[in-house]
Design a protein around this ligand. Sequence first.
Ligand SMILES: NC(=O)c1ccc[n+]([C@@H]2O[C@H](COP(=O)([O-])OP(=O)(O)OC[C@H]3O[C@@H](n4cnc5c(N)ncnc54)[C@H](OP(=O)(O)O)[C@@H]3O)[C@@H](O)[C@H]2O)c1
Length: 332
Amino acid sequence: MYVADDKRYDAMQYRRSGRSGIKLPAVSLGLWHNFGGVDNFENSRAMLRRAFDLGITHFDLANNYGPPYGSAEETFGQILKKDFLPHRDELIVSTKAGWDMWPGPYGDLGSRKYMLASLDQSLKRMGLAYVDIFYHHRPDPDTPMEESLGALDTAVRSGRALYAGISAYNAKQTAEAVKILRDLGTPCLIHQPKYSMFVRDPERGLLDVLEKEGVGSIVFSPLAQGLLSDRYLQGIPSDSRASRDFFLKKKDIGEDKLAKVRALNEIAGQRGQTLAEMAVAWVLRDPRVTSALVGASKVSQVDDNVAALKNLKFSAEELLKIDGVLAGKQSP
Ligand SMILES: NC(=O)c1ccc[n+]([C@@H]2O[C@H](COP(=O)([O-])OP(=O)(O)OC[C@H]3O[C@@H](n4cnc5c(N)ncnc54)[C@H](OP(=O)(O)O)[C@@H]3O)[C@@H](O)[C@H]2O)c1
C-alpha cells in the first residue's frame, strides 16, 4: 500500500498561475511518454509516487498520450485508483483534445463535437468525475475560435473541468482567445507552450501577452525531450527517446547540437548542477513561467529535475554565457 511522504510539501515551490487562485508546483510531470499501454506499469507507478512524494501535485495528460492512444489516461486511472484516490483533492490533473484521436471528421482539431466527446472519453479512461484543467491542444484554422473555446466553457460549466487552458496558440491567437474566454465568463487559467534553451519562441510576444492578461504558463519539453541533459553525450542510449527515432529524431542530434550540449553541460557543472537541472532552472528564471512541465523515463530523472529548485538564480554573466553558447560561440 502506498503511503504518501509526510514531508511532501516541505521543499517544493508553488507558483500562482497568472492572477488565478491556483498554485502549481514549479516542476510538474507530464505523461506523454513512458506511461502508455506498451510501457512498464510498475515503472510508471513508481515515477508518479516519487513525484507526489516530492510535492509534484500536477500531472499533465492528453487524450492521445500512449501508445496506444488513450492508454496513458488508462494507466493514470489505474494508478489513481490504487494509490492516489485519498489524495484527489491534492492533485491538479489536466487533459487535452486537439490532435488526432479517432478516425473520421469528428476525432481531431477543434469542433465542439470532438472536444466534448473526447473529454467524456478521457474522464471515463481515468475514472474521474472531473479534470482540473481541460485544454484545447492546438488552434484549429477551420473552426471558429468561439466554437473551440465555447466547448471549454461548456466543459467548465457542466462540471467536467474546473479550469480552461490553451496550448500552441501563438501570441496573437492567445490575446484573442483570452478575450473570448473572459467574455464567456470562463477565464483562461493557463497556456502550455514549448519552451527551452533550444526553443525560445515564447520570448517573442507570447509571455508578454500572458503577463498582461494575468494568465499562467506551464512550459513543455524544457529539456528539449532529453537533449538538454547528459543523456546523449556518449551517443544514443538504447533506452532513450532518440533511440525510437520518432518524436526525437536521431538526425537532430548532430555534432553542432552536441557541441552546444557539451558547452552547456560545462556551465551547469560550474553552477554545481547537472545539465537537466540547469535546463529546468533556466525556464523557471522567468517569473512569468508558472511551472516547468518535464517528462521522465525513470525515478532518478524525477529526482534530478526537482533538484533543479535548489538553484534557480542565474547571474547576468551566466545568462550571457548561455546565450553565447546557444548562438554558436561554443566556449563557455
Ligand atoms: N501541449 C503540447 O502540445 C505538448 C507537447 C509535448 C509535450 N507536452 C507535455 O510536456 C510533457 C513533457 O514533455 P517532454 O517529455 O518532451 O519533456 P522533457 O522534460 O523535455 O523531456 C523528457 C525526457 O527527457 C529525458 N529526461 C528527463 N529528465 C532527465 C534527466 N534528469 N536526465 C536525463 N534525461 C532526462 C527522458 O528521456 P528518455 O526517455 O530518453 O530517458 C524524458 O522522457 C509531456 O509529458 C506532456 O505532458 C505537451
